[in-house]
Design a protein around this ligand. Structure first.
Ligand code: T3D
Length: 261
């Protein structure tokens, strides 16, 4: 078990999967500057660690994360631009992760906590978990990439409703909207999430990372640019040993054994 920044992020390796746990259970894992720093460090280290081929993010205790800790600054106003730079470098670190991120939403996910959950490449929620954008309820605009991700995941009309009115969605409603990929009983959440993380960890890591890059980039590209980027990244994927192995396994009619190289 590893610790970052006074144990605000717990890390635990299980094979080639690194489990990161937001660890302020007494505060519903509400996010502070210190927690963001710890998360950023843990993400950076995981990205550089060749032995780690997938990550699993969850929350300690009964919540995933209540978003920004609304008591962090007391009565004072934070310097929002400086404050959000700490959030933004975490989002940049997640979007630049060269390995899949599975998110296991174990309870409420609100505000920036919901944003963090949505940044997972594969998202599971426990029965009983909930999602609320929360920003408008406290007179703020969406952040932590929510304005970028939400309309892409659920379409503009639903994003408008979720951002303007902040309803609290059940896990089943989140599934119906495409916010999560699966809902499972709470007692099976970690086992199911770990199973998916292990499956992804055995995948062609480089090709998965390049696919993630394409999915993020192509939104802002023209068709011609998207086709060009596909061709460039296909060139890169095509030079990996995993591609050779995938084709060899196909010819030999057996499952591939990808090495992440
Ligand atoms: O401002 C900036 O710094 C800019 C950055 C913004 C990013 C953001 O994330 S803005 C959004 C911030 N988050 C929220 O507004 C969510 C507020 N919380 C809730 O909506 C609900 O608490 C939850 C949906 C998360 C959970 O509901 P429930 O019914 O399970 O729990 P509860 O009873 O509401 O809360 C339990 C305790 O946690 C309670 O404290 P108490 O009364 O037992 O002493 C509550 O005040 C506390 N709590 C909940 N959320 C936060 C929090 N304390 C600090 N910060 C929170 N975000």
């Amino acid at each position: 078990m590893g610790l970052y920044n006074g144990a605000m992020i717990l890390t635990e390796r299980q094979g080639s999967v690194l489990v990161l746990t937001l660890n302020r259970p007494e505060r519903l894992n509400a996010i502070t500057g210190e927690l963001l720093e710890a998360l950023f460090q843990a993400l950076q280290a995981a990205n550089e660690d060749k032995e780690v081929r997938a990550l699993l993010l969850t929350g300690a205790g009964k919540a995933f994360s209540a978003g920004q800790d609304l008591t962090e600054f007391g009565e004072a106003k934070p310097d929002y631009e400086a404050h959000l730079r700490r959030y933004n470098r975490v989002v940049e670190a997640i979007s630049a992760l060269e390995k899949p991120l599975v998110v296991a939403v174990n309870g409420p996910a609100a505000g920036a906590g919901m944003s963090l959950a949505l940044w997972g490449d594969y998202r599971l929620a426990a029965v009983g978990a909930s999602f609320t954008t929360a920003f408008a309820r406290i007179g703020l605009v969406p952040d932590t990439g929510m304005s970028f991700l939400l309309p892409r995941l659920v379409g503009l009309a639903k994003a408008q409703e979720l951002l303007y009115l902040s309803p609290r969605l059940s896990a089943e409603e989140a599934l119906a909207l495409g916010l999560v990929h699966r809902v499972v009983p709470a007692e099976r959440l970690m086992e199911e999430a770990m199973g998916k993380a292990q499956e992804l960890a055995q995948g062609p890591t480089r090709a998965l990372a390049l696919t993630k890059k394409l999915l993020l980039e192509t939104y802002r590209l023209s068709l011609t640019e998207a086709l060009a980027l596909e061709a460039i990244l296909q060139g890169e994927a095509g030079r990996t040993l995993d591609h050779e192995e995938g084709v060899r396994a196909f010819r030999e009619k057996r499952p591939p054994r990808f090495q992440g190289r």
